[in-house]
Design a binder for this molecule. Structure first.
Ligand SMILES: [Zn+2]
Length: 255
């Protein structure tokens, strides 16, 4: 069994064929798909989809891309939903910092810190988004004494950086990036990390695999991410499959 630990299956580009995608995933062994939160206006849709499809699970949070219309009331709403759905909500996420987008950095930091405080209050792991922001993320995790771990999603960075997250209780999200031959650094790092730190993800519809650029990414390609991971590791397929499954359940205990 495979678990896609990060897939935006709530996005409207899946509205016309979501059932078919989920069915194809089941046939391929991708039996559970985690949908991270992005913005206030999407949370109810995520929750409703998870009621309809037993294969789907959700996390809730404010993604740095979607902060343009963020209001204090959204954080209050988030806290209410975390409380109301405490038996089901897997994590607070997707949250983080992204230095490549046109969203005020101070606003990103402020919303990230407020969500870290919420995650601490609700004893929830987090799903972390990064882009050129590892130092600040790691600093803030330490400032807030965050101990509930989670997943650093779509990881790229140095071995040292990956180990800093692992020391803070995080698992490392392995996605389509490793399918690109030019991603030599990330491929090398993923090959070197302890097996008990790795979890699989697609980040669909984003982060298409090599050869599929310009197309909608899909959780049904998760087995291809696994195949690439196999080529970077010395363990057997069975060992890697089992480890990734255990690891994601450690990171997101309500799975
Ligand atoms: Zn994402």
């Amino acid at each position: 069994m495979l678990i896609d630990s990060h897939c935006h299956l709530d996005f409207s580009c899946f509205d016309h064929d979501r059932s078919d995608v989920i069915k194809r995933c089941s046939h391929l062994g991708v039996e559970i798909i985690v949908i991270p939160g992005t913005q206030d206006s999407s949370w109810q849709k995520q929750i409703d989809l998870c009621d309809v499809y037993p294969q789907l699970r959700f996390a809730l949070g404010l993604h740095p891309y979607f902060l343009e219309n963020v209001k204090p009331a959204h954080l209050t709403h988030l806290s209410t939903l975390l409380q109301r759905h405490q038996s089901k909500v897997l994590a607070l996420g997707e949250i983080g910092l992204d230095s490549h987008i046109d969203v005020d950095w101070q606003l990103q930091v402020q919303i990230f810190e407020q969500q870290l405080i919420l995650a601490n209050e609700h004893h929830l792991p987090i799903i972390l988004h990064h882009r050129n922001s590892h130092n600040e993320l790691i600093r803030l995790l330490k400032v807030h004494k965050f101990i509930h771990g989670g997943i650093i999603h779509g990881f790229s960075g140095s071995l040292q950086t990956a180990k800093s997250y692992i020391d803070l209780g995080f698992k490392i999200g392995v996605g389509g990036t490793i399918t690109y031959a030019r991603a030599t650094k990330t491929r090398h790092v993923i090959g070197q990390l302890p097996l008990d730190s790795l979890v699989l993800e697609t980040d669909a519809p984003d982060m298409p695999l090599e050869g599929k650029q310009g197309q909608r990414n899909s959780p049904e390609y998760l087995p291809e991410v696994l195949e690439t991971l196999l080529s970077l590791r010395s363990e057997t397929k069975q060992q890697i499959l089992l480890a990734c499954l255990n690891n994601v359940k450690v990171a997101l205990p309500k799975l």
